[in-house]
Every structure is written in structure tokens, then in C-alpha cells.
Design a protein around this ligand. Structure first.
Ligand code: NAI
Length: 503
């Protein structure tokens, strides 16, 4: 199927934050765009604001004056729904309410041509349900943009039970022609991004609740070690706790209260207190001119050990010692994948706590380090010691890692530490989404890279680390907590057994 031709008029219904952004994208792509909103004057205001955006883009040299004038002129204010009769695509971005959306589409069916495509920008209402009472439900699909629509590349093309394949394909090609990164998905709670991203917030909140580290330390580790653009707490503050908590509750309830999606009491407290994040001046952090940016915990400088023995293969962390620091003599021996120094055994986390692993493997001086996106590009790394390990061992581990260029944050002993636990749970959710045919593995990875700017797609990350390694990490987490929340995806188990990857 081809993209809709530029000559096909587009209508956007509900021109709040999302509708205005979508209208801007469609007008920039050369369509005539009708704007309609139930609020008096809202459509004209949206048109004027989009024109002002075009003028700013011209000033910045990012749009030619001719294109800005043409795109600005192509915006039309509809004073009633009948004005949009000629639209070949209608994008609905009204209030997030099933009844309101059903009523609107029923009216639209009376107005537009039978060939027109109907699209909803809903994030959480079932696309199948929105289309259920239409006389032509096959022409309705989800066209889910991310906020802000002109800047975020991802668009989820959501098929409900009745959606015709040609309709989804036309929307896919059209989003692509508009400069977006479309992915196909099915109408399931949270679609791809709002489902697969849940553990990013949930594991951060659990780590905080368990006292593993402070919010600024966890944020810094996720950013500077995991390579994510933002940590979970600063991101939740930006999104707004009311919105983020509502999405979590909606996905949790939509999946019949699967413990994997269980909301956090800590976040509920913030919502109840009105500490909604940046917009309220307060969330996990304080905002405003007088507020100091909070500091992450960081180890002071420690002397570097003079000899390190690499025993066996460090697995996913094998690159850690590839650029060994000057003045450190490195020896290699067969073994179980640990670094031995006088007074300290250092190993990458495998999802067991240091305390359990220390007793199971008889290392009296065990310190564990976390997953990093790239062990050859030192950023920040979490370490944790077993209860039976001395404080001195932490200093020795710190000395080595600092000599290799890392900033080191000590966290409390917890299974999977911070980045590994988060990535394992993201990959686990992505694996279940793939297993349930919510989307292809490529589309799941693309959705997380373009929709929430993750440094790698979670399944690509799983392949890089080894699916059997991640499966073991998850099994260890489940063993530790004895909670169904950490059950490894059956698809991950199957691939691990077969020695295969997701791609
Ligand atoms: P908003 O509140 O900024 O805008 C909604 C607009 O729709 C308002 O201007 C309102 O007057 C108008 N409206 C409400 N009922 C209407 C009706 N029956 N007919 C015509 N106009 C009506 O909301 P926002 O954030 O733009 O969200 C719109 C839709 O997009 C929702 O379905 C939301 O779930 C979805 N969405 C929101 C995202 C976000 O980050 N805000 C991201 C992706 C999707």
C-alpha cells in the first residue's frame, strides 16, 4: 500500500497538546489540515500557534519561508464537523474516554466519505472497543504519536480486531512519508512502549523502596552506566506522577492485575501529596531557582591494586579489562569469571545478591559490579558487597575501577544491582510482548529506541548479553523475591535452551 497522497486532506479532532502537534506534522508534510475542537476558539488558537512555530523554524533556518507560508496556509479551522467532509484521514486526539471517542467516530461516519481512514491517537483505550459499533470498523486504527509529536519519531500503528490490513499499511506508509518511524502493533494494553517501559519506572521505585540507593544515585547509574538519556526518577518527575501513575494503574488493571505491573505506593504518595514533579515544583526532586541539584553517592579516590588476576571469561563484562590501566599487572588463569585481587574478588552480577553468591561459591571477599552499556567507555558503575565481605574489599574494587576510568557508587547488596536488573526486566517484558505477537522483535526494539530513546532495543540488548545469561538473571531474581513478578518469559526460556537469540 502507498502513503496517502499529499493532496488528501487530513482532519485533526481535538487540538490540545497532541492534536496540535499532529496537525503541525501533517501540514509540514504538505497536506491541507482541518482543525476541529469542541472548545470554542481552540482550533483557531491552535492554527495560530502552529503558524508561530513555523515562523520560529524559518528564523532558525530549519524551514524555508515559502514552505512555512504554504504549510501555514494549509491549516483550516472547522467550525463544525461537517466542514471536514472532504478529509481522507481523520485523526482523533480528544479526551481519553471510550464513550467520547465512540460517539465522535459514530458522528464522523456520517460526515466523511466511506473510503476515509479513521485514526485514534489513544494511548490506553482499546482500539477494538473504539471501533466496535461503527458500520465500517475495518477502517479505524490507532495512530499513536508520542509527546511532543513534532519531535518524537515513533508512531505506533495499532490494529484492532477489525482493522483492515490495508488501512494499517496505508497509515504506516503515511507516517513514514511524514518523516516518522512507524511500527506495527496490536490493540493490547499499553501497546508496545507504554507496556515494555513499565519496568524502567517500577524497578527504580522498588530499588528506592528497598533502600538500595537514593534517587539521585539510581538516576546517575541508569544514565551514566546504562546509557539511558534520563534516570527513572527524573523522567517520572518530567512526565508528571499523576500521568505516569495513571498509566501504570491502567496497564496493571488491563492485564487483570498481573503483579509484573504492580503500581508503587511511593509514587501513589507523591500523587496524593500533589508532588507531581516538575510542573508542581516538586516530585522526587525540588525545582526552582534556589534548589541545589542533588548529588549521587560516589566513592572517594582509592589506591589502585598492582596485580589483577582474571580468572576465566568475564562473560558480558569481558571488555572491562581490555584497556587495563597503567601500573596494573594483569594475569590470566582459568576459572569461573572473576577478578582476583589481594583482599577482594570482583565479579559481574548474575542476578544473585553478593551475600548469596559469596556463600554459594565460597568467596569470603566478594564484591559485585553492575551491567554497563559499554564496558570500554567508562561512566559510572554500581558495586555492592556481600554481608560477610569487609569494607576494605570495597575500597580495593573501587581502586581498580577508578584506575580503569569509572566513577563508582556503592549500593546496598541487592539482586541484579541497578542497570542489570532494569535491563533484564525490560527485556523480559519485551520478550512476553513478542511471544504474544503484540509486535515483531524488530518493531519492539525500534519502538523503545524511538519512543523513549533507549540506547538499545531491549531484545537487541538481550542478544548482546546472551539470552541464557539474562534468563539466569531473571531466574535468580525470582528465586530471591519469590514473586511471580520476576518470572522469566517462556520465550526467553525457550531461546536460552535452544542457544538462540531474539534476532
Ligand atoms: P488535551 O487535553 O491537551 O487535548 C484534548 C483536546 O480535545 C482539548 O482541546 C479538548 O477541548 C478537545 N476535546 C475533548 N473532547 C472533545 C470532543 N468530544 N470533540 C472535540 N474536541 C474535544 O489532551 P492531549 O494530551 O492532547 O491528549 C489527547 C489524546 O491523545 C488522548 O487520547 C491521549 O490519551 C492521547 N495521547 C496523549 C499523549 C500525551 O503525552 N499527552 C501522548 C500520546 C497520546
Amino acid at each position: 500500500m502507498n502513503a496517502l497522497s499529499q493532496s488528501v486532506p487530513v482532519a485533526v479532532i481535538g487540538v490540545g497538546a497532541m492534536g496540535s502537534g499532529i496537525a503541525q506534522v501533517a501540514a509540514t508534510a504538505g497536506h491541507t489540515v482541518w482543525l476541529f475542537d469542541a472548545r470554542e476558539g481552540a482550533a483557531a488558537k491552535s492554527r495560530d500557534q502552529i503558524r508561530a512555530v513555523f515562523s520560529r523554524l524559518v528564523e532558525k533556518g530549519r524551514m524555508s519561508p515559502e514552505r512555512a507560508i504554504a504549510a501555514g496556509d494549509s491549516l483550516r479551522v472547522a467550525s463544525s464537523l461537517t466542514d471536514i467532509a472532504e478529509a481522507g484521514l481523520v485523526v482523533e486526539a480528544i479526551v481519553e474516554d471510550l464513550k467520547a471517542k465512540q460517539q465522535l467516530f459514530a458522528q464522523l461516519e456520517e460526515v466523511v466519505a466511506p473510503t476515509a481512514i479513521l485514526a485514534t491517537n489513544t494511548s490506553s483505550v482499546s482500539v477494538t472497543a473504539i471501533a466496535a459499533h461503527l458500520s465500517r470498523p475495518e477502517r479505524l486504527a490507532g495512530l499513536h504519536f508520542f509527546n511532543p509529536a513534532p519531535l518524537m519519531a515513533l508512531v505506533e500503528i495499532v490494529s484492532g480486531l477489525a482493522t483492515a490490513e490495508q488501512v494499517a499499511q496505508t497509515l504506516y506508509q503515511t507516517a513514514s512519508a511524514w518523516g516518522k518511524k512507524p511500527v506495527y502493533t496490536r490493540s493490547t494494553p499499553g501497546f508496545i512502549v507504554n507496556r515494555v517501559a513499565r519496568p524502567f519506572y517500577a524497578e527504580g521505585l522498588r530499588l528506592l523502596e528497598e533502600g538500595v540507593a537514593t534517587a539521585p544515585t539510581l538516576d546517575a547509574l541508569i544514565r551514566e552506566g546504562g546509557g539511558f538519556p534520563m534516570g527513572p526518577f527524573e523522567l517520572m518527575d518530567l512526565i508528571g506522577h499523576d500521568v505516569n501513575y495513571a498509566v501504570t494503574c491502567s496497564v496493571f488493571n488491563a492485564y487483570f492485575q498481573d503483579p509484573r505491573f504492580k503500581p508503587s505506593l511511593t509514587q501513589q504518595e507523591l500523587v496524593l501529596a500533589g508532588h507531581l514533579g516538575r510542573k508542581a515544583g516538586r516530585g522526587f526532586y525540588q525545582y526552582g531557582p534556589a534548589s541545589e541539584p542533588p548529588a549521587a553517592a560516589e566513592q572517594v579516590h582509592q589506591a589502585s591494586p598492582s596485580i589483577v588476576i582474571i580468572e576465566g571469561d568475564l562473560g558480558p563484562a569481558h571488555a572491562l579489562m581490555e584497556t587495563a590501566a597503567e601500573g596494573i599487572a594483569v594475569e590470566r588463569r582459568p576459572g569461573s569469571g572473576v577478578l582476583r585481587m589481594e583482599g577482594c574478588t570482583l565479579a559481574m552480577s548474575d542476578g544473585r545478591s553478593a551475600t548469596v553468591r559469596s556463600s554459594q561459591e565460597s568467596y569470603p571477599d566478594l564484591v559485585l559490579f553492575d551491567l554497563a552499556l559499554n564496558y570500554q567507555q567508562p561512566g559510572r558503575l554500581a558495586i555492592a558487597k556481600a554481608d560477610q565481605t569487609s569494607d576494605e574489599a570495597l575500597k580495593i574494587a573501587t581502586g581498580l575501577l577508578q584506575a580503569l576510568g569509572w566513577r563508582v557508587s556503592v549500593v546496598d547488596d541487592s539482586p541484579g544491582l541497578v542497570v542489570l536488573r532494569t535491563v533484564a526486566m525490560l527485556a523480559n517484558e519485551a520478550a512476553d510482548a513478542a511471544m504474544q505477537s503484540v509486535a515483531s522483535t524488530d518493531d519492539i526494539d525500534a519502538a523503545m529506541r524511538y519512543g523513549v530513546n533507549y540506547p538499545l532495543g531491549p531484545l537487541e540488548w538481550a542478544d548482546r548479553l546472551g539470552v541464557s545469561f539474562l534468563h539466569q538473571v531473571l531466574s535468580n531474581l525470582q528465586q530471591h523475591y519469590q514473586e511471580d513478578r520476576y518470572r522469566p518469559s517462556a520465550l526467553m526460556g525457550r531461546l536460552a535452551t535452544g542457544g538462540r537469540g531474539f534476532h
